[in-house]
Design a protein around this ligand. Structure first.
Ligand code: FE
Ligand code: FE
Ligand code: ZN
Length: 277
C-alpha cells in the first residue's frame, strides 16, 4: 500500500485536514502542530477530532506525520529557548494523544557553536524530560541537511541521540530525501548503499516516515532548499525507486515541495502512477 500525502494547513481543524487530504488524493498528511514559528496551539475540539478519525478510518489512512514548529531548538545555548522547546513539545505530545498512534517529527536542533556532541546531549536530555511511557505517539528525529550548526546531519548523530534517550522505544527517524542528499548521501546513484548505511548505523526498523522533496542543489550542498518532484538535482527516477524500495514499503511519504494545492494533487497522482504495488 502506498501512503502518500503532503503538508496540509491545520488552521481549520482536523476534519478539514482529512477532507483536504481526500481532495488531494492523499491517504496520509503532515501538519504543523501549531504555527510553524511557534506560538500558542489551538484548543482541541473533540467533536472535530472524532469526525477526522472517522474519515481516516473510512479511507484507510496511513500514519500521520505531524511536524513540530521548525523554530523549536532543543539544543539551543540559551536555557530559555530550550525551555520553550520543552514546554512546546510536552504540550504537542499531550495533544497528539487525541489522535493516538501517529508520528510527531522534529528537527533535532542547531548547536549554535556549542559543538555537535553538546547539541546531541542537550536534545537527548530534553527528550528524556518530555517522553512518557504511556504515550501512543512515536517521536521522529528528522535527518537534516547540515546547514549552519544543525545536528542530525549524518546518521551517526541521530544514532548518538537515540543512544542517550531512555524511552527509545518511543523514538524513530524520518528520512528527508532533500536533506540526506544535501548532507552527502548519494541516493541518486546508490540508494541501496545509503539504506544499507542507515541500517548499519541506525537500523531500518527505526525508519518510520519519508519526507519526499527534490533538491535545488547538488549532492553535499548543505543548503536545504526543496524543489518540486522531478525538477531538482535528485530527479524523478530516484523518487520512483524510493516509493518502490522493498525496505521502504508502507512508510508514509510526505511531500514538502514548493507547491500550491493543485501542484500537490499533481505530484501525488504522479507518484501513485509510478507505484508498482
Ligand atoms: Fe522538517
Ligand atoms: Fe523535511
Ligand atoms: Zn528541509
Amino acid at each position: 500500500m502506498l501512503y502518500i500525502g503532503s503538508h496540509i494547513s491545520a488552521s481549520k481543524g482536523y476534519e478539514a485536514m482529512g477532507r483536504q487530504a481526500l481532495k488531494l488524493g492523499a491517504n496520509t498528511f503532515a501538519f504543523f502542530t501549531r504555527n510553524p514559528r511557534g506560538g500558542k496551539a489551538k484548543d482541541i475540539d473533540e467533536t472535530d477530532v472524532a469526525k477526522f478519525l472517522a474519515i481516516a478510518d473510512g479511507h484507510d489512512f496511513g500514519k500521520l506525520v505531524a511536524h513540530a514548529p521548525y523554530t523549536l531548538n532543543a539544543c539551543a545555548a540559551k536555557e530559555d529557548i530550550r525551555d520553550f522547546a520543552k514546554r512546546t513539545m510536552k504540550d504537542d505530545l499531550l495533544r497528539m494523544e487525541y489522535i493516538p498512534g501517529n508520528y510527531y517529527n522534529f528537527h533535532p536542533g542547531s548547536h549554535v557553536g556549542q559543538g555537535s556532541e553538546e547539541g546531541i546531549a542537550l536534545t537527548a536530555s530534553l527528550l528524556n524530560e518530555v517522553l512518557s511511557p504511556d504515550q501512543a505517539t512515536t517521536v521522529l528525529l528528522e535527518t537534516m541537511a547540515g546547514k549552519g550548526t544543525e545536528i542530525g546531519r549524518n546518521f551517526e548523530e541521530l544514532r548518538a541521540i537515540l543512544d542517550q534517550v531512555r524511552l527509545d522505544g518511543k523514538m524513530g527517524v524520518c528520512l528527508d530525501t532533500c536533506h540526506v542528499w544535501d548532507a552527502g548521501y548519494d541516493i541518486v546513484n546508490d540508494l541501496d548503499g545509503v539504506l544499507d548505511t542507515f541500517d548499519h548505523i541506525i537500523g531500518l526498523g527505526r525508519l518510520k516516515a519519508i519526507h519526499m522533496n527534490d533538491s535545488m542543489n547538488p549532492l553535499s550542498a548543505h543548503k536545504d532548499r526543496h524543489e518540486k518532484i522531478g525538477e531538482g538535482h535528485i530527479g524523478l527516477e530516484t523518487m520512483k525507486q524510493v516509493i518502490n524500495h522493498p525496505a521502504l514499503k508502507g512508510l508514509p511519504i510526505i511531500l514538502e515541495t514548493p507547491n500550491d494545492e493543485a501542484g500537490y494533487a499533481k505530484e501525488i497522482a504522479l507518484l501513485k502512477s509510478l507505484y508498482e504495488g
